[in-house]
Design a protein around this ligand. Structure first.
Ligand code: SF4
Ligand code: SF4
Length: 133
């Protein structure tokens, strides 16, 4: 049986706040098509990589439906079905040795299954695509 992830039951949206989540150009174009928003209105370029933009008031990803700027407040992703792969993989991230680990920034990481070698390969592939112009 697949273990239920804690995000929804815990009402957590911590990883969507003050986000530095990168996305590929094709992911940005897909989000643009789905939302009707210009890519420049929901991304900025950080060290040559497209990154999701935060809303000035809520300090959360512009796609997070929330009225609060509190890290612990609830929020719902308005583009859940087409969210970038980095959002789908989180809290799995790569450490400096390119091993897949659960990120310290997720307050409920202990409730996630341990990452596998396949997760590391998927994140390495994503990293390569993020750098591709
Ligand atoms: S991945 Fe972690 S930080 Fe993000 S919503 Fe789920 S529990 Fe919260
Ligand atoms: S796209 Fe959705 S899941 Fe990703 S950071 Fe924004 S609100 Fe969160």
């Amino acid at each position: 049986m697949v273990k239920q992830l804690p995000c929804v039951p815990m009402g957590c949206s911590a990883c969507c706040r003050e986000t530095t989540m990168p996305l590929t150009i094709s992911e940005a174009k897909r989000l643009s098509r789905r939302t009707g928003m210009a890519v420049e209105t929901f991304t900025w370029e950080h060290n040559g990589v497209l990154t999701l933009l935060n809303d000035e008031t809520t300090r959360a990803c512009v796609f997070l439906l929330t009225t609060s700027s509190e890290t612990s407040a609830e929020g719902i992703c308005s583009v859940y079905e087409v969210r970038p792969e980095g959002c789908r993989k989180y809290p799995i991230v790569l450490n400096p040795k390119d091993e897949a680990i659960l990120d310290d920034g997720c307050p409920h990481r202990s409730q996630f299954p341990q990452p596998t070698e396949d997760d590391a390969i998927a994140l390495l592939n994503l990293e390569e695509r993020l750098m591709r112009k």
